[in-house]
Design a protein around this ligand. Structure first.
Ligand SMILES: *[C@@H]1O[C@H](CO)[C@@H](O)[C@H](O)[C@H]1NC(C)=O
Ligand SMILES: *[C@@H]1O[C@H](CO)[C@@H](O)[C@H](O)[C@H]1NC(C)=O
Ligand SMILES: *[C@@H]1O[C@H](CO)[C@@H](O)[C@H](O)[C@H]1NC(C)=O
Length: 399
């Protein structure tokens, strides 16, 4: 056999293997009795069960159309990679028994390695049907989360929309190597507790090329968030991209290696922030990078708040015991809707260490004060590049 033929044969062989590896077995919910405008709980559970047991990579297909879905938990471990492709529009139930259960979620993925959620579809949490009641009896915390990723490894979530979750849209817990890309979150600005993506006790989580518009934080990184990369995300309305709120509970795990880059934040109450409670338990935040960020009409665009105490639920006189170390805010420009464009309010108990601010250009959009200001307390940041407003022109004021 000539060299060329050998090479051709190897090429063909490798193509064959690639196509075998890619051949997925498809489990279409219609084959399990799933019908438009009906509850597909049982068809989905059956299809997922078979996919999970499949000896080859598999795909669960929810086709185009509108389907109702009760609360469901899709549990691994599975034998091979599983893709759940949601092409249609899933509508959450709004029956009273689905609401106000503690720690509940609408769609849960649990203990799955190599999970993909994709398909271009929408997960509609039907929040407006629940928000009306929860404002009054303040039980919003127990409404279901749209999407729960619990102990997921090596996962991809792409081309899916989470709409009007009753509470937090997405919670990532105990997971590793999970990437969100081209992910959309939408809920009204006045919806309560509708954090976009809430991350806790998870490592190597990426969020890229995604749009988040909601009523609470777009992305919130709580204790044990490590190695988190956020790039090319647009955020707003909402409460910005934040680390926190830390120190309220004992034995919180450190937050470290978070990078937020190339993001645009618009019309939010905060921009990029790190928040810890006063009178707190010990904790640690280290190696944070916020870089190349555009702010459009954002309140508190750059914020470290170690006296975070909404509604005076704490003793603000005692310092936070969360240690903040190595934080860089670089190349952040645009407009601030509050006069305090930069506020670094560190703990009087443990000063922030290794804070750098570089190339900040933020202007105040209101006409009641001429200039934006920058406030600092208990921190001596390293300053470089353009600095508008001038860095640390006054001590941080407490609200
Ligand atoms: C997350 O992004 C980093 C840096 O771009 C990359 O090395 C890593 O493979 C990504 N992880 C996932 C799960 O996509
Ligand atoms: C940020 O955007 C610029 C210009 O679009 C691009 O060159 C750069 O690679 C991006 N950085 C990241 C981390 O995505
Ligand atoms: C600063 O950030 C903006 C917005 O992301 C970006 O377009 C620009 O290239 C960055 N500048 C530098 C010097 O990296």
């Amino acid at each position: 056999m000539g060299k060329l033929n050998m090479a051709t044969m190897l090429l063909m062989l490798s193509l064959l293997f690639v196509s075998i590896a890619k051949a997925e077995t498809v489990f279409d919910i219609r084959s399990y009795g799933g019908k438009p405008n009906r509850d597909i709980l049982l068809p989905l559970l059956d299809a997922f069960g078979d996919a999970c047991e499949s000896p080859t990579p598999s795909k669960v297909l929810i086709p185009k159309g509108t389907f109702l879905l009760s609360q469901v938990s899709l549990d691994g471990p599975c034998r091979k990679p599983v893709e759940v492709q949601v092409q249609g529009n899933l509508i959450a139930q709004t029956e009273p028994e689905d609401l106000n259960q503690e720690d509940s979620s609408w769609i849960t993925f649990d203990h799955i390695d190599h999970l993909t959620l994709s398909g271009g579809g929408t997960l509609d949490g039907q929040g407006p049907k629940a928000w009306g009641t929860c404002g009054k009896d303040s039980d919003c915390n127990n409404l279901p989360i749209n999407l729960m990723f619990n102990t997921i490894t090596n996962g991809i979530v792409q081309d899916v929309t989470s709409k009007d979750s009753k509470q937090v849209h997405v919670n990532v817990l105990g997971s590793k190597n999970l990437a969100f890309q081209r992910f959309t979150i939408s809920a009204p600005e006045d919806s309560i507790n509708t954090v976009g993506i809430l991350i806790g006790k998870s490592t190597a989580i990426n969020i890229t090329d995604s749009n988040i518009a909601t009523g609470d934080e777009c992305i919130s990184m709580g204790d044990g968030s490590q190695d988190i990369t956020v790039t090319k995300v647009t955020c707003g309305p909402g409460h910005g991209i934040s680390v926190g709120n830390l120190g309220k509970y004992e034995n919180e795990e450190p937050v470290s290696a978070v990078s937020v880059r190339n993001c645009t934040i618009s019309g939010t109450t905060n921009g990029v922030s790190i928040k810890t409670w006063p009178a707190s338990f010990e904790g640690s935040v280290s190696n944070m990078l916020f870089e190349d960020i555009i702010m459009n009409n954002v309140g508190n665009p750059v914020l470290i708040d170690q006296v975070y105490c909404p509604g005076n639920q704490c003793n603000a006189k005692l310092p936070s015991r969360v240690k903040i170390n190595n934080v860089r805010f670089k190349n952040i420009s645009g407009t601030s809707s509050t006069p305090v464009a930069v506020k670094l309010s560190c703990s009087s108990g443990i000063q922030c260490q290794g804070v750098e601010i570089a190339d900040i250009d933020l202007t105040y959009t209101g006409d009641d004060a001429p200039e934006a200001v920058s406030q600092c307390s208990n921190v001596q940041p390293k300053i470089s590049g353009k600095m508008n407003p001038p860095a640390c022109s006054s001590p941080a004021t407490t609200p």
